[in-house]
Ligand binder design. Structure first.
Ligand code: MG
Length: 251
């Protein structure tokens, strides 16, 4: 099932997306909800980020191909960093190029959406805590990442975490195909089969560090092919089975 959030008549609503039909739901998508009778076409609603996380936990290096591209050793455990909730934007919203940076990169990623409060779970238990999956762009000020050593500034600007268009609850996270396009040109293309740390191992590992809450998002790392964007560019992250997350860069 594909869950979305959208704005209609000035209200923030939740819905189920089937093809191009949106059914409004009431209640909480993560727990109890009811499918209402109200129905819209997708082009009649204004899509919002499909969830509002309390935090985004991102993984630094998680594809074998990307490790080779960067000439880096395969890490023994995941390298974690945080992106603030204020970085989240939805499909179609502009990524604002910050004045502090001269190099802003896209990083197309699989986003994991947590469905239940999660603390200290094993890899075997982890599937029970995952609600679904979304497309995510871990936008990065690469020059500031190198300058600072720490990731907070480089990864934390407002608008630096586009997510969407929906949360797909039925996806095999070990065989998802990710494509990133810049102005229509294919830049990243891979399968999550190349993960160094698979999704359930990440959920377990992170849950041993911090409590994960419903709606929290894990950015699972980017494959090879990262590169810069310029104001005016259009960037798309597409994951087969989820859909297309499209944003433009504004100067
Ligand atoms: Mg990343």
């Amino acid at each position: 099932m594909k869950f979305i959030r959208f704005e209609k008549y000035g209200q923030l609503c939740q819905g189920l997306l089937t093809g191009s039909e949106v059914q409004r739901i009431t209640g909480d998508m993560f727990t109890e909800h009811t499918i209402g009778k109200e129905c819209f076409r997708l082009d009649e609603v204004n899509l919002q980020p499909p969830c509002m996380p309390s935090k985004i936990i991102a993984v630094g290096l998680n594809y074998r191909g990307h490790a080779r591209e960067m000439n880096m050793a395969i890490p023994g455990e995941p390298l974690l960093f945080l992106k603030p909730a204020t970085a989240v934007i939805g499909p179609g919203a502009p990524i604002i190029y910050p004045k502090m940076s001269q190099r802003v990169d896209y990083e197309g990623e699989l986003g994991v959406v947590i469905g239940r409060r999660c603390r200290d779970v094993s890899g075997q238990q982890a599937p029970d805590y995952v609600f679904g999956y979304t497309c995510l762009n871990d936008v990065t000020a690469r020059d500031l990442q190198q300058k600072d050593g720490q990731f907070t500034r480089a990864k934390g600007f407002d608008t630096f975490c586009p997510i969407g268009p929906c949360i797909e609850t039925e996806l095999d996270p070990a065989a998802a195909r990710i494509e990133t396009r810049l102005n229509g040109e294919l830049r990243q293309e891979t399968s999550t089969a190349d993960f160094i740390f698979p999704v359930y191992r990440l959920v377990s590992f992170i849950s041993q560090v911090m409590t994960l809450l419903p709606g929290d998002v894990i950015a699972t790392g980017t494959p090879s092919g990262i590169g810069p964007m310029q104001p005016g560019d259009e960037v798309e992250v597409r994951i087969r089975g989820i859909g297309l997350l499209q944003n433009t860069v504004a100067g």
